[in-house]
Design a binder for this molecule. Structure first.
Ligand SMILES: CC1=C(CCC(=O)O)c2cc3nc(cc4[nH]c(cc5[nH]c(cc1n2)c(C)c5CCC(=O)O)c(CCC(=O)O)c4C)C(CCC(=O)O)=C3C
Ligand SMILES: [Fe+2]
Length: 389
């Protein structure tokens, strides 16, 4: 009997995909990598030199190494064992936009291994230029670079790569964040002042926020949706209502350019002035303890809190928590089921979500997630319905 087209079946496994691309940001592995890495990240972005020097210092403070690479290796291993556990026998290859191993290296490895159609998981849960389109632009240019490298005709791509949807509202991501928040609260005495929950994510320019709305809900609204889901589930599990806010970290760009606010440090000051004495900081904008978490939260924001006489505990990022990793493999299976349905011209399977927003698109709408609304960068991006895809 053939299963109904709407069931998320595992009998077909990850077909039509023959490989998984773990697609991340990248970071320096030692002091000599720091400047070239920062140049890669900021090429053409107009980040002031003082800001770059400051960010270089953050990395040097940690021996010139970003924690992100080890975290991606751990995630790659965790995905491998979850895939093995489910009998899904495909390679998981890791590549980055901004540092070694680069996306083009990962694609070359996939191509050499005979892969023809891969599915990508981006290590960013939310949709915006920074978390979606910028990765898709990099994927396109890396596919171009691979063709040049092996002497394939210009304009051809040797591996078809599809991408999983932005997964901020997938149950695995929400559950892992909820678990982390509940654990952070467990350190507080039930009789003492009940901490306020401050969700934290990466700030982006207001212009990028406005352009991100094309996908259905803006970057900020996606975070608010996750925050509501996590706060509600955590309150229920803790048996006591938690009050929460959303704050931002890691602003860059010139001071004249507006970015999403409040900055987490300013927000802690405002909370303190209003009488709050303890907080839990939940880094829902980051899938693991990136430099932003290690520096902007664990170093800077915790110092700010200490200076204010506040008790502050930082909740874990989702990292390799079991519900998160299990959720990512569910997402890979979901994406495969969508590809099979599309290939067969059949209805797509149902997609799981938590919160008020719909599942985001697996194939991005034309022009979605630009840097600025209505302004075409002229850079083609993979995994979209744009004419070049
Ligand atoms: C939304 C978002 C995410 C989350 C989505 C995702 O995860 O991709 C993210 C992730 C990351 N950002 C990272 C590092 C940096 N981001 C920068 C600059 C910028 N980020 C931006 C946004 C985001 N960034 C923006 C709008 C800029 C301005 C310039 C531009 O428009 O591109 C700069 C330049 C210096 C500075 O200005 O800070 C650095 C060094 C690292 C690596 C950390 C590590 O090493 O552990 C990671 C994971
Ligand atoms: Fe960033």
């Amino acid at each position: 009997m053939t299963p109904p087209a709407t069931a998320l079946t595992t009998t077909a496994g990850l077909a039509p995909y023959d490989a998984v691309l773990l697609f991340s940001f990248g970071g320096p592995n030692g002091p000599d990598d720091v400047l070239p890495f920062l140049r890669n990240v900021t090429a053409g972005k107009g980040i002031p030199d003082e800001r770059l020097a400051e960010v270089a210092e953050h990395y040097h403070h940690f021996g010139g190494r970003s924690p992100i690479n080890e975290q991606n290796l751990a995630l790659q291993a965790a995905l491998r064992s979850e895939l093995d556990r489910r009998g899904l026998d495909v390679p998981v290859v890791w590549g980055n936009r901004n540092w070694e191993p680069y996306t083009r290296d990962a694609l070359a490895e996939l191509h050499a291994a005979g892969a023809q159609r891969a599915v990508a998981l981006v290590t960013s849960a939310y949709s915006s230029y920074s978390g979606c389109r910028q990765y898709r632009e990099n994927l396109w240019s890396s596919l171009d670079a691979l063709s040049v490298q092996v002497g394939a005709p210009e304009g051809t791509h040797l591996v078809d790569v599809d991408k999983c949807r932005s997964y901020f509202n997938h149950p695995g991501f929400v559950q892992a964040n909820t678990d982390a928040v509940v654990e952070a609260y467990a350190g507080f005495d039930a009789d003492a002042a009940w901490p306020r929950l401050v969700f934290v994510t990466h700030s982006i320019p207001d212009t990028m926020e406005e352009a991100s709305v094309v996908a259905g809900a803006s970057y900020r609204e996606q975070h608010l949706d996750v925050a509501r889901s996590v706060a509600a589930a955590a309150s229920e599990r803790l048996g006591r209502e938690v009050e929460w806010d959303l704050a931002y970290c890691s602003r860059s760009g010139p001071p004249s350019q507006p970015w999403l606010e409040p900055d987490v440090n300013d927000h802690l000051e405002a909370l303190s002035a209003a009488g709050t004495t303890s907080v839990v900081l939940a880094p829902i904008g980051f899938v693991s303890d990136h430099m932003e978490v290690a520096f902007d939260l664990d170093t800077e924001a915790l110092e700010t809190a200490a200076g204010l006489g506040m008790t502050a505990v930082r909740a874990d990022s989702v990292g390799v928590r079991e519900p998160f990793v299990r959720g990512l493999v569910d997402l890979l299976l979901e994406r495969a089921a969508i590809a099979r349905a599309d290939d067969a011209g059949e209805p797509r399977p149902a997609q799981e979500t938590v919160g008020a927003l719909p599942p985001f698109r697996s194939i991005c709408a034309p022009g979605c997630c630009r840097q600025r609304a209505g302004v075409d960068s002229g850079l083609p991006a993979a995994c979209s319905e744009d004419p070049w895809s």
